[in-house]
Design a protein around this ligand. Structure first.
Ligand code: DX5
Ligand code: ZN
Length: 216
């Protein structure tokens, strides 16, 4: 299991220190939530911030694009230092083209499904992906409650990936904390995003460590 703290809940004025603390606690990836105020009702950060974060950590940067026309911005995020990029199936009309472009640029290719978006939308693109991100809240904000139906969706995706013999990894995002992290890992998740559970309590190092312990 890889813990991917979401910096959405961090103190943006002290981002470098916050990320370093989460890394000391065992974080393996930094999850960067990019929101445009259109695809989701919130605005966050863009490529210049990714570029600054890139200089502060050696951890892979996992950019979760919650933006319309995401395909127009892929190069900007790759150039800024993204290592993994995920796109919402709901936000990109020509998903195969966008995913193939990510592959050519040498970053990990991810696709994200909102809670109400069915797994069948992955049918054709699945073999082209390095990871699938299952949203366990409706995207837009940190600190929301985990939607329990996500567990069965993760199990069904794990079964699909196994049945097709694919190396695709499964990531989950939204409402994860010490009480449910073990359940999502048992359901088949390998990469766990956690925002408020890592950065919400003022001790990202200890919180990350406790989450990793709770997952085992
Ligand atoms: C929500 C974001 C999440 C968010 C998770 O739209 O994609 O990454 O930061 O926050 P928590 O872990 O607090 O639900
Ligand atoms: Zn996210």
């Amino acid at each position: 299991m890889i813990l991917a703290p979401s910096i959405l809940s961090a103190d943006f004025a002290r981002l470098g220190e916050e990320i370093a603390a989460a890394e000391r606690g065992g974080a393996g990836v930094v999850h960067v939530d990019v929101m445009d105020g259109h695809f989701v009702p919130n605005l966050t950060i863009g490529p210049p911030v990714v570029k600054s974060i890139r200089r502060t950590t050696r951890l892979p940067l996992d950019c979760h694009l919650m933006i319309e026309d995401a395909d127009r911005y892929l190069d900007a995020f790759v150039d800024a230092g993204a290592d993994w990029i995920s796109l919402h199936v709901e936000a990109v009309p020509h998903l195969e083209r966008a995913v193939s472009h990510l592959g050519k640029r040498g970053v990990k290719r991810g696709v994200v499904l909102n809670p109400a978006t069915p797994l069948v939308t992955l049918e054709e693109i699945l073999p082209e992906l390095d990871y699938v991100l299952i949203m366990s809240v409706n995207p837009g904000f940190g600190g929301q409650s985990f939607l329990p139906a996500s567990l069965d969706k993760i199990r069904r995706l794990r079964a699909l990936v196994t049945a097709r013999g694919l190396p695709t990894r499964i990531e989950v995002d939204g409402g994860i904390g010490p009480d449910n992290i073990r359940a999502v890992v048992q359901a088949g998740v390998e990469i766990v995003v956690a925002g408020s559970a890592v950065f919400g309590g003022g001790d990202p190092e200890g919180a990350a460590r406790r989450l990793i312990e709770a997952a085992a």
